[in-house]
Design a protein. Structure first.
Length: 314
């Protein structure tokens, strides 16, 4: 992933929300997904309640239509998880359901990656559909009298689907001529949304960094049965990936956050996971420096509801 042009990211002539507004584009992802659970009918719930000597009106019950732990079903949900992880990993939050912001120079990359993932999803659904009759047969045996053929579509093709688009979040130009006052109000609304998006981005970065630093610090400084705790390479690798994402998506809206990320990056720069396991002095040194960063991040998280993170003056 390439880095944003510094002149755009740190230009003193524009506010963080303006830089976000001019350098990023909205992307919206939506899923069509077959429900695999169904609420029992009133009669079925009453029958279940009698088993426990309960009143049906105080009981809520449902049935599982398919075995979602079957490998072919898990393959489908696995692709969905990868789509969501990719989308969230390359974007910033936006205060509109289903919409996130990506760098404008990444639109082609995002579209290409999503197209490939959609093809993987279609392939996984096709394989699931091949085993659909088998899964229904198992469900019939397990559900007994609760099994209802009407709960199941004839085929699973089209039952699991992903779509995406790049919606405009700017006021429509036609309003400028039709109703200048409404257009002005829409401009104010959009400006407010991007101001909020800046705060959401800062909060997301702080939460993620705090979680990663806290986990690694606990692994490095803690002990189990008198011995240093074991940690996976991912505890360090995830931090490195965070630094890359922060560099690519950061709009330089918060100097304090920038400094904390820089401090943390300097602490772990060039440090290999195996070195932390083999060198106790290095392990304690890194843990001590990270704990200082963690302390500041903890304070930011505690104070955030009151001040929404320290913001750089515009």
């Amino acid at each position: 992933m390439s880095t944003m042009v510094d002149e755009t990211a740190v230009s003193p002539s524009t506010s963080p929300s303006q830089r976000l507004r001019t350098s990023f584009a909205a992307v919206r992802i939506a899923f069509t997904w077959l429900g695999t659970r169904k609420t029992l009918t009133t009669e079925q719930t009453a029958q279940a309640a009698n088993t426990f000597g309960a009143e049906g009106q105080f009981l809520s019950a449902g049935k599982k239509l398919l075995d979602t732990k079957h490998p072919v079903f898990k393959a489908v949900t696995g692709v969905r998880s990868r789509i969501v992880s990719f989308w969230r990993g390359i974007s910033l939050p936006f205060p509109e359901p289903g919409v996130r912001l990506i760098r404008q120079d990444q639109i082609d990359v995002v579209a290409e990656q999503l197209t490939g993932l959609k093809e993987e999803l279609d392939e996984a659904v096709w394989r699931l559909d091949e085993r659909y009759a088998e899964l229904k047969s198992v469900a019939r045996d397990r559900l007994g009298s609760l099994f209802n053929p009407a709960d199941y579509p004839d085929s699973l093709q089209g039952m699991f689907h992903v779509t995406w688009d790049f919606p405009s979040v700017e006021p429509p130009d036609y309003l400028r001529q039709l109703n200048p006052e409404v257009y002005r109000q829409e401009c104010e609304r959009v400006t407010s949304r991007f101001d909020e998006a800046v705060q959401l981005a800062e909060a997301a970065f702080v939460e993620e960094l705090q979680s990663l630093v806290s986990h690694l610090t606990e692994r490095l400084s803690g002990q189990a049965d008198g011995k240093p705790k074991v940690f996976r390479d991912s505890a360090v690798d995830n931090l490195t990936q965070f630094f890359e994402r922060f560099r690519d998506l950061n709009i330089r809206s918060n100097e304090q956050l920038d400094d904390l990320v820089s401090q943390c990056q300097q602490v772990v720069s060039g440090v290999e996971p195996q070195s932390l396991r083999d060198n106790q002095v290095l392990r304690m040194s890194v843990a001590g420096k990270l704990s200082q960063v963690q302390s500041v991040l903890d304070d930011l998280l505690v104070d955030r509801p009151r001040r929404n993170i320290l913001r750089r003056p515009r």
